[in-house]
Design a protein around this ligand. Sequence first.
Ligand SMILES: *Cc1c(COP(=O)(O)O)cnc(C)c1O
Length: 358
Amino acid sequence: MTFTAATDRLAVAREIYATLGLYDPKRAPVDLDLTDNTNLWGMPPAAEATLRALAVSSVTRYPSLYASELKAALAEYMGVTPEMVVTGCGSDDILDSAMRAFGEPGELVAWSDPSFAMIPIFAQMNALRAQGVLERADHQPDVDALLALRAKVLYLCTPNNPTGAVMPREVIEHMLDASPGVVVVDEAYAEFAGTSVVELTHRHDRLLVVRTLSKAFGLAGLRLGYAVGAPALVAEVEKSRGPYKANAVAERVGVVALRDDRAWVAEHVALAVDARERLAAQLRAAGFRPLPSHANFVCVPVAQCVAVGQAMRARGVAVRPFPALPHVGDTLRMSVGPWPLVERMLGAFLEANREVNG
Ligand SMILES: *Cc1c(COP(=O)(O)O)cnc(C)c1O
């Protein structure tokens, strides 16, 4: 488990927080960190120039209440109107706010398991019940079992973290039609897949498509996430989110990235896709069976993944182990980046695997 519960119980603390800990992905500093799927090519150039030129005065005042300029830039990028966009302090903030906006305490959040590790945590933070439904062996959601839960919030992630699988649009539409609650579709990796269900937000008023500038846009440290949905749906998330969540520096830099850096982003998405396919091919050539991925990472079944991960760390390289991934077993998730880095990671992996598994 990546969450450690506090040992002492404070008498005034909420009951449901008793088993809630702080997020600890065990990310000790390492020379080459391929654990978090951020953009290893760096930040886009116009965004960087804007950041370097920012005047001190731009941080002495509050940012805009609900990031109106950023919403306009995001709306333009996504092909929707600004009333259909809500921003947050990372998409984590959007997911948290959405659960709080739509779930009464005790109501159910359901998701296809495995998926983003934060989902049950955000549910617990908001006093909601959380239930994962084991995905099928083909890494697609068990639609009937998910729908049978009648969850107030249904979370789907496509391409999914950690498998890299994409859900067909028909499956998402079917779940929208047949579920009673809000359907949250996390598209953190959509740029790498080249597909999105965002246009369904024009027809489905319970669909919230969640995106981020942390991955393809290379701005994870700025903490800028956003979601697209029908105006009335987005308005509820915005109430729950509260004012001033996109800070002034992030808003300025994010707006410029969305306006002037799209060619850089597209170019580096293409490089990431190339690196992903090249890595998968080399893993297959070495006798491994990586899962087909549509994101900027590759998930590969490896016996004793935790020990192999540690042996890689000893070589200055970190990837993320997923012990006993359903239907797959022990697995390593490897982010891709510039090919020389991926090549170094692959070398460390093959050595570490030989050391551990013989
Ligand atoms: C990385 C990631 C995010 C992005 O989180 P931010 O808070 O926007 O940095 C969201 N969802 C998934 C599935 C992710 O892997």
